[in-house]
Design a protein around this ligand. Structure first.
Ligand code: ZN
Ligand code: FE
Length: 257
């Protein structure tokens, strides 16, 4: 049944977001990644929920570091990318492209999105119009290429571009204000981006999160999703390049920004 999932988002560590998702019908609760076990357990407790599952996106410590402590405290199961089975603690089920993961009656589809890490996956909940994208896609940004190539990351982001405009996108870090400053350097004449940058500054000044975002908003303003945009190509002096080459140059500039 669509729209019944309850989602609790909270800041943890220095700039991560934690997510708990709860299916009221079955009473099941999943932790999306585990940056901080104590904070996850506290947040679940405050909501009156018990964590029954962990869904990991990738192996980094700020995403899987709390697995064992939460598993020990709750007896929950751990679902994580099969490709990372050797480097994520506590895995019960390794998943890959197209696999379905269930939280009570709520279904998520696994999409493999290598680039930030080779094993990175995202969880797409089609009936909820929701995606948990870890460190693959950020509001106005994308993950650094620690283990993958620009071509891999561009293929992964292209998969996310297939998601409907009204998909609510939960990314794992509050990086948006810095991302906006960079985005304006490569896409300075994009009116949607300028308006969004102002809205982001206003939200952050009030201490408000800029996550979640939507696919529509990212499609219109995120330079990492817009290598075909004439304005970006003009700025980079890459008018006739392949999309992947434009993406790679945007990523290279961001790394040096
Ligand atoms: Zn990461
Ligand atoms: Fe991270």
């Amino acid at each position: 049944m669509a729209g019944e999932l309850q989602i609790k988002m909270f800041p943890c560590l220095s700039d991560n977001y934690g997510f708990l998702i709860h299916d009221p019908k079955s009473g099941e609760t999943a932790a999306i990644d585990t940056p901080d076990a104590a904070e996850y357990l506290r947040q679940a407790d405050a909501a009156g929920w018990t964590i029954t599952q962990i869904w990991n996106t990738h192996h980094h410590a700020d995403h899987a570091g709390g697995n064992l402590a939460i598993k020990r405290a709750t007896g929950c199961t751990v679902t994580a990318p099969r490709a990372d089975a050797h480097r994520i603690a506590g895995i019960d089920r390794g998943v890959a492209e197209g696999d379905e993961v269930e939280l009570g009656g709520v279904k998520a589809v696994v999409r493999e999105t290598p680039g930030h890490t080779t094993g990175h996956i995202v969880y797409w909940l089609p009936l909820e119009n929701t995606a948990f994208v870890g460190d693959t896609l950020f509001a106005l940004g994308c993950g650094r290429l620690f283990e993958g190539t620009p071509a891999q990351m561009w293929a992964s982001l292209s998969k996310l571009l297939e998601l409907p405009d009204d998909t609510t996108v939960y990314c794992a870090h509050e990086y948006t204000q810095a991302n906006a400053r960079f985005a304006l350097t490569v896409d300075p004449d994009n009116p949607d981006l300028r308006a969004r940058a102002d809205a982001i500054d206003a939200a952050r000044a009030k201490g408000e999160p800029t996550v979640p975002t939507t696919m529509a908003l990212e499609r219109a303003t995120n330079p990492f999703l817009r290598p075909g945009a004439a304005g970006i190509r003009e700025t980079l002096d890459l008018r006739d390049a392949e999309d992947v080459a434009v993406f790679a140059e945007v990523r290279r500039r961001k790394d040096a920004f």
